[in-house]
Design a binder for this molecule. Structure first.
Ligand SMILES: [Zn+2]
Length: 167
């Protein structure tokens, strides 16, 4: 998560919202990326998508079995969707995002029994550091800084007995 935070700080340097992500496979960082939406003028250039893409390139497969994605903020619906499509094993993130979060807050795309994959979630990791970074980015730019929920850290894992059947 410290490596993801370093990517988030680097993103702010090119005026992108400071969010960073790294992908870890077998205990090793295989890719790292920061948000580059402004830098690339690309609405899909979120840190998570960029990190997942380069992890797939590095490992030679779109399937990232056993991989963990560390990200400094709860992923949006697009990134949660990308994590699901990559067949990630685990998602670890900092603060929850009540305005756009799609891995527990607004939606839980990565743990929907109607879809074909399940990603375990650990949240609230280095949450204070991530929120401080976001706050210092937004404060000079907006009169009202978005609030990223203060939550106790936690996990959301595959239920005992497996994922419920499709309704
Ligand atoms: Zn996203």
């Amino acid at each position: 998560m410290q490596a993801a935070l370093a990517e988030a700080r680097a993103a702010a340097a090119h005026d992108d919202v400071p969010v960073g992500a790294v992908v870890v496979i077998s205990g090793e960082i295989v890719s790292r990326a920061g948000n580059e939406r402004e830098l690339r003028s690309d609405p899909t250039a979120h840190a998570e998508v960029l990190a997942l893409k380069s992890a797939s390139q590095a490992s030679g497969s779109w399937r990232l079995d056993g991989a963990t994605l560390y990200v400094t903020l709860e992923p949006c619906p697009m990134c949660a969707g990308a994590a699901l499509l990559a067949r990630l094993e685990r998602l670890v993130y900092g603060p929850q995002d009540p305005r756009a979060g799609a891995a527990l807050s607004l939606y839980n795309i990565v743990q929907d029994p109607r879809l074909n994959h399940w990603v375990d979630i650990t949240f609230g990791v280095l949450e204070e550091e991530s929120r401080a970074l976001l706050r210092s980015f937004f404060e000079p730019r907006r009169p009202e800084v978005p609030s990223y929920t203060e939550t106790a850290a936690g996990t959301s894992r595959r239920p005992r007995g497996g994922v419920p059947k499709r309704p």
